[in-house]
Design a protein around this ligand. Structure first.
Ligand code: HMG
Ligand code: MG
Length: 300
């Protein structure tokens, strides 16, 4: 019933660090990503090629990405690109995996992208087409799949409609974002059922849970039972979203690995090395990791 192996899509260096108050030096980011790779994470979202004024924490993308060149052969290093300008910047540095990021709600599309949902999708269309023509893989994030801080609960039909538009556009994979961490497992199961019913194959779906209400692991288990095998997580539980109030950190990668290994599910991750990385990163940031597993294993 449960998968034998789960692909962890590590987002700490992007979703985590984009929300840090203090500027993290580029060299620290590069070391973080190298340590994550050494801990066995095979997909590590590295940064975003967005407007530097919108996300100043990731304004060093041009300086950071070339410092990861030695990893490119063995590690997938996706980057966020909102528009053609972002895609040009990413392709110029040799990025082979890019992600566009849509919203299921109008409020968040406006707050995050300064666009309506339709305008945002129109902005992504040439990005996806050109990225694929250049041989890159494209992920389509979909935020606010369960609840929205301005609009409340989000109807599944709205999520399914935007999901279809992203897959029709050519996105190889979808990532369903619970941006503010309000989902509960029954909702996850119901939405995945609706997506399957709309013809979107489960092997193209990843889940992206934030842990605001402590539901991320339960929601992950519900998704695994539905056949999902790609799970987004952030080392040490770093994270949030600067344009969504009340979004806290993502599901911590260590908490995820603890559960998966306990279930006998292979991840390829060395938990001790990963935990040591998050302890090191917490020292760089000057505050302890919020991950329960990191704290338990490091006696913090
Ligand atoms: P805009 O202000 O509407 O931009 O922002 P514009 O298209 O009108 O362009 C204005 C200026 O910005 C122009 O310069 C462009 O060249 C420049 P000017 O001609 O005035 O000198 N510009 C850029 N510069 C560098 N790189 C670019 C770029 N694009 C335009 N890519 C825009 C629209 C999309 C750019 C802006 O809203 C933006 O950058 N948003 C990014 C927000 C973001 O990164 N949010 C966090 C990631 S999403 C997330 O965390 C959720 C997720 O984790 C899933 C979940 O949890 O749900 C993925
Ligand atoms: Mg997120």
């Amino acid at each position: 019933e449960l998968p034998a192996r789960v692909r962890i899509y590590e987002v700490g260096a992007r979703d985590g660090l984009q929300n840090e108050k203090t500027a993290v030096p580029t060299g620290v980011k590069a070391e973080f990503i190298h340590r994550l790779a050494a801990a066995g994470l095979a997909t590590i979202e590295a940064t975003s090629f967005v407007h530097p004024k919108w996300v100043p924490q990731l304004a060093d993308a041009e300086a950071l990405f070339p410092q990861l060149g030695d990893l490119a052969g063995s590690t997938r290093l996706p980057v966020l690109v909102p528009n053609e300008r972002g895609l040009d910047r990413a392709l110029a540095l040799g990025a082979r995996d890019v992600a566009v990021f849509a919203s299921a709600t109008e409020s968040f599309a406006r707050a995050n992208l300064n666009r309506t949902v339709d305008e945002a999708l129109a902005m992504f269309e040439p990005v996806v087409t050109r990225a694929k023509a250049a041989g890159a893989r494209v992920r389509g994030y979909l935020s606010m799949c369960f609840g929205d801080p301005w609009e409340g609960p989000v109807p599944a039909a709205q999520v399914v409609a935007v999901s279809r538009r992203l897959t029709d556009m050519g996105c190889d994979e979808l990532s369903l974002g619970d941006t503010i961490g309000v989902a509960t497992p029954g909702q996850v199961t119901a939405l995945l059922g609706d997506l399957t019913g709309a013809g979107i194959a489960t092997d193209r779906i990843g889940v992206h849970f934030h842990d605001t209400y402590g539901q991320a692991l339960s929601n992950t288990l519900a998704a695994l039972r539905h056949g999902v095998t790609t799970v987004d997580a952030s080392a040490g539980g770093l994270g949030g979203c600067p344009y969504a109030k009340s979004a806290t950190g993502n599901l911590a990668t260590e908490d995820l690995v603890w559960m998966l290994h306990g279930l006998g599910i292979d991840t390829g991750v060395d938990l001790a090395r990963l935990t040591a990385t998050s302890v090191w990163m917490a020292e760089q940031l000057g505050r302890p990791s919020p991950s329960r597993t990191v704290r338990a294993l490091s006696h913090q």
